[in-house]
Ligand binder design. Structure first.
Ligand code: CS2
Length: 479
């Protein structure tokens, strides 16, 4: 029997479930990018808010690309299982806060209509770094084909920029208060980053509209943290058995949860601080620590792990050579962290080590390796430049960049399938096809990725990466 609103009463007794009437709650949040991360992070918090009687804040999901999640969850009335795992322990709950999903390519006008509804007061995003279509300086990549398409076809948006700008334009026209835009992606100052590309996009449609958005729309930044591996087939079976009902697309997560949000919601917000969310004036110190310590180490583990043949984070982290490199990386990056907000990098680091060692997650190194060209600037390049500026060594930070280049170059070289992808793949392949020695790859790769562009320390960084590429046991020599 399939999990759905009507079968909730058949769940096994130990499974936590929605205790509120899903028929009487209203969608106040529209979420773009209903992937596993959103379903294991924001959606359970909103589920708690709904259970506590905050009935206006349920979620309407939107997808800009695939209909796979919608197709899997629609027969379940968008209910799904969340399995929280640590070692041998598991706790299970069914989340009910997602009420419906609309696919933009299938029905752009239904999605735009929904976004103009005054009851939608927050639009949240988890669309990954690359969907922001930023140039290395943070401005909009206006030459991108989808941007060109959306400027010419405002009613059929393919990008978040096109979608958000058109929805806001219609709200302004109707005299409806704009929604607050909450980016939940792993970018530094994600609210400001989103604001810049949206205002830039809108300015290409109309300077008046750009000005309205710049003056009237709030873009708070936030830091989100929970390790959420992609759901595997084995998870589906295990979770369905635990629920006592079939779930086509449950999600798996670690117990750790953190959400730090800047409190700037002119159109209102859920009282989510009652459920573990930290409201702050400035998220920067939290976000810098998380991006550089957690995500930076994750990238290091992913590339070094792949080069050494480790499929999962816990296996790579248990490799003493990789563990030593991660510790050295933490030594280098923790020296770049802002000393504000009473944060304790040593304690944070201890907790990270325990999180990475969680054997139950099977978090794939290839999953984290994806889109390195979009991730390394904030995780590795920024702290490296700061250390160089301060006259400090960057041996380990440079090694992580070298490992990224080596892992990219090693893909497919011996006929094995490409294990991860990057928006830069065509350019990277052309660089690797040139047959240069590994130590000479850093220059052209930096050029292609725009790493450190505009920095007077760029050449020094490239030289350090070149140096780190030479003579490392983990790097395949054949390329
Ligand atoms: C990971 C993140 O895939 C990646 O790049 O580093 O998704 C990481 O698991 C989350 O940011 C944890 O909060």
């Amino acid at each position: 029997m399939r999990l759905s609103e009507k079968t909730l009463h058949r769940l096994r007794p130990d499974v936590q479930r929605p205790t509120y009437d899903r028929g009487t709650v209203l969608a106040g949040i529209l979420h773009i990018g209903v992937g596993a991360f959103h379903r294991a992070h924001q959606a359970p918090v909103i589920d708690d808010c709904l259970a506590a009687g905050q009935k206006d804040w349920a979620i309407l999901g939107a997808s800009l690309r695939s209909t796979a999640t919608r197709d899997a969850l629609s027969p379940q009335d968008f209910c799904y299982g969340l399995s929280v795992r640590d070692g041998d322990s598991q706790s299970l709950r069914v989340v009910g806060s997602l009420l419906d999903m609309i696919s933009a390519p299938e029905n752009p006008s239904a999605l735009l209509d929904a976004m103009v509804d005054p009851r939608i007061r927050i639009v949240m995003l988890t669309v990954t770094e690359k969907a922001y279509l930023r140039r290395p300086d943070g401005s909009l990549d206006a030459d991108h084909g989808d941007v060109v398409h959306d400027l010419a076809n405002p009613d059929m948006p393919r990008t978040v920029h096109g979608l958000l700008t058109e929805a806001l334009a219609r709200r302004f026209e109707a005299g409806t208060q704009p929604f607050t835009l909450l980016s939940c992606d792993n970018l530094p100052a994600n609210g400001k980053a989103l604001r810049q590309v949206i205002v830039d996009f809108a300015g290409r449609r109309s300077p008046v509209l750009a000005d309205q958005i710049a003056r009237h729309v709030a873009f708070p930044s936030c830091m989100v943290d929970r390790i959420v591996p992609a759901t595997a087939d084995g998870d589906r079976e295990r979770i369905s058995a635990g629920l006592g009902l079939d779930d086509a697309w449950p999600v798996v997560a670690e117990p750790f949860f953190q959400w730090v949000v800047e409190d700037d919601f002119p159109a209102g917000r859920p009282r989510w601080e009652r459920f573990g969310v930290t409201m702050v004036e400035d998220v920067t110190p939290y976000e810098t620590m998380k991006l550089r310590m957690l995500n930076g180490a994750h990238s290091a583990i992913a590339y070094l792990g792949l080069l050494a043949g480790h499929a999962t984070v816990d296996a790579a982290f248990a490799d003493p050579a990789i563990r030593a490199i991660v510790e050295a990386l933490w030594d280098e990056t923790s020296a770049t962290l802002p000393g504000e907000a009473g944060l304790d990098p040593l304690d944070y680091r201890r907790r990270l080590a325990a999180r990475f060692a969680n054997t139950a997650l099977a978090h794939q190194t290839r999953q984290i390796a994806t889109d390195g060209s979009q991730k390394l600037p904030q995780r590795i390049i920024a702290p490296a430049l700061e250390r160089l500026e301060a006259g400090r060594s960057i041996e380990t930070l440079a090694l992580v960049v070298a490992a990224w280049i080596a892992a990219c170059a090693a893909r497919g070289g011996d006929g094995t399938a490409r294990r991860f992808t990057d928006p830069l793949d065509a350019r990277l392949d052309a660089i690797f096809a040139g047959g240069r020695p590994t130590a000479d790859l850093a220059g052209p790769v930096f050029e292609a990725a725009g790493f450190a562009s505009g920095s007077r320390l760029r050449d020094r960084l490239i030289a350090e990466v070149g140096k780190a590429s030479a003579g490392r046991p983990y790097f395949p020599r054949s390329r």
